[in-house]
Design a binder for this molecule. Structure first.
Ligand SMILES: Nc1ncnc2c1ncn2[C@@H]1O[C@H](COP(=O)(O)OP(=O)(O)OP(=O)(O)O)[C@@H](O)[C@H]1O
Ligand SMILES: [Mg+2]
Length: 387
């Protein structure tokens, strides 16, 4: 039987992005895909933006750093996993990536230090709209340029709106290079110092946009900072354009991750449309936490018989409760099937892989490997029509 769509993606792309709305299982799917590719012999980097703890725990790391850390082969062996490739993980550090960019693009060491030491830099480098997503993209391109991996699997940030990720380069540049900002710089440059008379409507717009920073010398700090960043504007703009273009390359694969919940499906559907409108083709859809149709529908006496055969003495209520639970699961499974069957294009026509809702969270290597196996099982992703 032929490889699944996802196995094919892992073999043919240099980057696979897992995108979807918050909490649906992006990190779990990203880590599982990375593990699957490593099991198939690839050198894989899994980049995550999440708070470290859960994924770090699954991978047996004390804590995940922004350094690239190999998952120890002994750990993989101890979990009974055959990994002929190499699995490396890292967590993205927005500020550090921004620092590296400033170091690379600043016109002189003095300009670099002035930017890095400006107290507003802390804010801009971590909190400006789109910075986190943009820096994820920057880091990704940096890693690709190093060429140490066959594949990078990128987990995307838990944004309230999945589209934030897509729009990050343009939002970053817009925030740094808005007309109001430009005006502000010119006004500052022409006087050489900042007069409070300059606090006109345009400036107050910037200040509102940039946050609730107040205090002595704030405007002067801001003006100096913007003037320094002006050095970098050309660099940033070009980079943002290059980053945006890279994300349309055929080397990039897009896996949409969702749950069968209507709100998640709606959002991921919208996201699939936006991807297509912007020249990026979603390749596959993973529906996580799907309720499974119970394999059988036993009668009450059959359940009672089974319980006594297993030597379980759970009281007279056990069998009817079990039967009720099975019936409820059947209803939930039917509801999920119905929702998925009704999905229109583009999501509806993507190859689709279903991952069942498991009884426990996915926190260890075996659980990740279980999901990995499902993701790449031959024929796992089927065209929507036949799933
Ligand atoms: N199929 C599943 N069955 C049971 N639990 C799951 C399943 N998939 C993921 N989980 C659990 O659900 C929680 C959320 O998953 P995960 O962190 O992967 O989501 P996410 O989309 O990355 O979230 P965020 O948007 O917050 O980053 C985790 O505790 C994870 O272990
Ligand atoms: Mg996550």
């Amino acid at each position: 039987m032929s490889d699944s769509t996802l196995a094919h993606l892992l073999e043919t792309r240099r980057v696979v992005l897992c995108v979807g709305c918050g909490g649906v299982g992006k990190t779990t799917v990203a880590a599982s895909l990375a593990l699957a590719a490593a099991q198939r012999g690839a050198r894989v980097l899994c980049m995550t933006i999440d708070p470290a703890k859960r994924l770090a725990n699954s991978l047996g790391l004390e804590q995940m750093t922004h350094e690239q850390v190999d998952v120890a082969p002994a750990l993989l062996r101890a979990a009974g996993l055959e990994v002929s490739g190499r699995l490396t993980v890292m967590m993205l550090d927005t500020k550090r990536t921004f620092d590296e960019l400033v170091q690379r693009y600043a016109s002189s060491p003095a300009a670099r230090d002035r930017i890095l030491n400006n107290r507003l830099y802390q804010y801009v480098s971590t909190s400006l709209a789109g910075t986190q997503e943009y820096m994820a993209m920057e880091k990704l391109l940096g890693v690709l340029a190093e060429g140490a991996y066959d594949l990078v699997v990128l987990d995307t940030p838990p944004t309230s709106n999945a589209l934030d990720f897509l729009d990050a380069p343009s939002r970053m540049v817009a925030a740094l290079d808005s007309g109001a900002m430009r005006w502000f710089i010119q006004a500052f440059q022409s006087t050489g110092k900042l007069s409070f008379n300059l606090v006109t409507k345009s400036v107050s717009v910037i200040l509102r946009g940039i946050g609730k920073l107040t205090g002595g010398g704030f405007l002067e700090q801001l003006a100096q900072f913007i003037t320094e960043l002006d050095d970098l504007f050309g660099g940033f703009k070009e980079r943002a354009t290059a980053v945006a273009a890279a994300f349309r390359s055929p080397d990039f694969g897009y896996v949409l991750v969702t749950s069968p919940e209507p709100s998640a499906l709606r959002e991921v559907q919208f996201f699939a449309q936006r991807l297509e409108e912007q020249g990026m083709r979603p390749d596959a859809c993973v529906v996580n936490r799907v309720h499974q149709r119970p394999a059988a529908r036993p009668s009450l006496p059959e359940i009672e018989q089974e319980l006594s055969r297993a030597g379980l003495q759970l009281g007279p209520e056990a069998a009817p409760r079990l039967q009720q639970a099975l019936e409820e699961e059947l209803v939930l499974a039917g509801r999920d099937e119905q929702r998925l069957a009704e999905l229109g294009p583009p999501l509806g026509r993507l190859p689709r892989t279903l991952i069942p809702a498991l009884a426990a969270d996915v926190h260890d290597l075996q659980a990740l490997a279980g999901i990995a196996a499902r993701l790449v099982a031959p024929g796992a992703a089927r065209a929507a029509a036949s799933s």
